[in-house]
Design a binder for this molecule. Structure first.
Ligand SMILES: Cc1ncc(C[n+]2csc(CCOP(=O)(O)OP(=O)(O)O)c2C)c(N)n1
Ligand SMILES: CC(=O)[C@@H](O)[C@H](O)COP(=O)(O)O
Ligand SMILES: [Mg+2]
Length: 613
């Protein structure tokens, strides 16, 4: 059989195919995806689930003029492949290669940049209203998963869109999975919508009518009424002011193409419910969609992943601590906004299911829910990625910190994260946390200190945060006792002359290396807030140069805290602040990216030498 995929370098070429050729294209696309991701790593299961939907969307809609807005964007590999980036897939998420998410700068087909979830309906609504204002006959389509639909932002957008007449299509890609199994009342509701005879009847009805029909407006109207007739009482989405259509089988290209063609003729807010399977067509991913949500390299013949080093990651150190601390204190409640596995809560979930809460993709709610628990004397621990905590900033300030509530934030993925790139980098948390009154902000130099800081934050009677990076630390032995560190106290790790390097968290190790040839003093500052002012002033008095190093934006970061401290004490001295520059850092291998930012031992040494000379 000749390859169809190789002929498709744009949606325009795809639209030249006959409809009956599309299943072959889907097969080829799926095989290509598996092979390609097995070599690069990346998000696999969600992509396998949207192969047919992506083909149908580009087949029916006039992309790029019609706007496809993918939610999260981790499921856009088929979209990238069909929009001229098949050859670039070998460089996926590598430095200089294409991104793992849609990027407006990467392709005209990437209508909106994403990485964080639940933005698609708002953005697509903006585009639909924009088209209206400009007098353009353009369609805007938001494609959102059932997991992403659990976020408040999605509902804010539905609420707004349902009361407007913009030509917006929302496609709910319902695979009954978030990264882990999806949770919550909405998920239960969707399951009910799909359950039993109702769904069977609907599928038969929808297929019968749509499968044979040309995409005429009249027919579409009748189809809608037909579907609605079967869907009494109105669905939640109809109550929000949308025309609800579906559920339809998201792997049946005939149904997809016919339905989308009809919907494209309709005006006003439309809602299409599509049912797909995460990992579709690749047995290992169908069997374990959570594992294949995001994978490293693997053997495509059997799905076996490349073995790790065996060294525990910070995430695992946190996971062990959480289980131990929960055993020691029954007031502990563990909360995750849909990142059980990524944040390392699996062990805790298994041991203490009644104290485990996956709240869905709802970072804002996670924080305020924790605040409520804290009001009742419980001890909530919110495990959250640095980048996703950005979403819950007001809740942290207004609900947690202002009331000085004892909520512990276990902030994973602080600093550069590598392949996911700037949407997921934790570049700002030190800056945005240290300006909040009442906060204690800690950055461990190694895994052992991480465990101690988690205990310290947990026992502290107020809001506290421990920020640690993705992956492994120095590999030091971890003392399993639940010891604490003194709040606001740093330590001198190396004594030298002339130059004092004040290092925070992950930068302590490279600072120590850099200090060797410079014979510099190195302090492990441990606390961004409260900063060890006495130590800062002592080091300032004993040295000619102060250098701060952190894996966070220089602007407003820990170095700024040191600068403010020196200024407040009236100390005038040479101060060099090292950290992330004032630009977004692209995807790539974290070590290389850090080196490019001058945040490896060599970079720190060179920067100091330059300053000295
Ligand atoms: C604000 C935010 N929180 C958490 C995540 C991490 N995350 C990425 S994909 C995902 C699950 C999405 O589920 P769904 O929308 O159903 O898509 P599926 O993977 O099932 O295709 C989560 C929790 C994120 N990207 N953004
Ligand atoms: C798309 C998304 O937001 C997540 O899947 C994220 O890519 C996970 O990152 P980690 O691999 O660091 O857990
Ligand atoms: Mg899903």
């Amino acid at each position: 059989m000749t390859s169809l995929l190789e002929q498709i370098d744009s949606p325009a070429a795809l639209r030249q195919l006959e409809r009956k050729q599309l299943p072959q294209l889907a097969d080829e696309l799926r095989s290509f995806l598996i092979e390609s991701v097995s070599q690069t790593g990346g998000h696999l299961a969600s992509n396998l689930g949207v192969v047919e939907l992506t083909i149908a969307l580009h087949y029916v809609f006039n992309t790029p003029d019609d706007r496809l807005v993918w939610d999260v964007g981790h499921q856009t590999y088929p979209h990238k492949i069909l929009t001229g980036r098949r050859g670039a897939m070998s460089g996926l998420r590598k430095q200089g290669g294409i991104a793992g998410f849609p990027r407006r700068s990467e392709s005209e087909y990437d209508a909106f940049g994403v990485g964080h979830s639940s933005t698609s309906i708002s953005a697509a609504l903006g585009m639909a209203v924009g088209a209206q204002k400009l007098g353009l006959d353009r369609r805007a389509v938001a494609i959102i998963g059932d997991g992403a639909m659990t976020a408040g932002m999605a509902f804010e957008a539905l609420n707004n869109a349902g009361a407007m007449d913009a030509n917006l299509l929302v496609i709910l890609n319902d695979n009954d999975m978030s990264i882990s199994p999806n949770v919550g009342a909405l998920n239960n509701y969707l399951a009910k919508l799909l359950s039993g005879r109702l769904y069977d009847r609907m599928r038969r009805g929808t297929e019968k009518v749509l499968g044979v029909a040309p995409p005429l407006l009249e027919l579409a109207k009748r189809t809608e009424e037909h579907v609605k007739g079967m869907m009494t009482p109105g669905t939640l989405f109809e109550e929000f002011g949308f025309n609800y259509i579906g559920p339809i089988d998201g792997h049946d290209l005939d149904t997809l193409v016919a339905t989308l063609s009809n919907i494209r003729q309709l005006k006003g807010p439309q809602f299409l419910h599509v049912v797909t399977q995460k990992g579709k067509g690749y047995q290992p991913a169908e069997d374990d969609p959570g594992k294949f949500h995001g994978v490293g390299k693997f053997d495509p013949t059997n799905g076996v992943c490349m073995p790790g080093t065996g060294q525990k990651t910070y995430t695992q150190i946190f996971g062990d601590w959480l289980a131990d601390m929960a055993a020691a204190d029954e007031r502990l409640i563990g909360i995750t906004p849909a990142m059980c596995d990524g944040s390392g809560l699996n062990k805790f979930q298994e041991l203490f299911p009644e104290r485990y809460f996956d709240v869905g993709i709802a970072e804002q709610h996670a924080l305020t829910f924790a605040a409520g628990l804290a009001c009742e004397g419980l001890k909530p621990v919110v495990a959250i990625y640095s980048t996703f905590l950005q979403r819950a900033y007001d809740q942290l300030v207004h609900d947690v910190a202002l009331q000085n509530l004892p909520v512990l934030l276990a902030i994973d993925r602080a600093g550069l994260v590598g392949a996911d790139g700037p949407t997921h980098a934790g570049s700002f948390d030190i800056s945005y946390l240290r300006c909040i009154p009442n906060m204690v902000v800690m950055a461990p130099a190694d895994e052992n200190e991480c465990r101690q800081m988690l205990t310290t934050g947990f026992k502290h009677d107020g809001p506290a945060a421990v920020r640690y990076p993705r992956g492994c630390g120095t590999g030091v032995a971890v003392d399993l006792a639940l010891d604490t560190v003194e709040i606001g106290k740093g330590e001198i790790r190396r004594r030298g002359e002339k130059v004092a390097i004040l290092a925070f968290g992950s930068m302590v190790a490279p600072a120590l290396q850099a200090a060797e040839s410079l014979n510099a003093t190195v302090a492990n500052m441990r606390f961004v807030k409260p900063l060890d002012v006495a130590l800062v002033l002592q080091l300032a008095a004993e040295h000619e140069y102060i250098v701060t190093v952190e894996e966070n934006s220089i602007m407003g970061g820990a170095g700024s805290a040191v600068a403010e401290t020196l200024k407040a004490a009236g100390v005038k001295m040479n101060l060099l602040q090292l950290g992330l520059p004032d630009r977004f850092i692209e995807h790539g291998a974290p070590e290389k990216l850090l080196a490019e930012c001058g945040l490896d031992a060599e970079g720190i040494r060179t920067a100091i030498e330059k300053q000295l000379s």
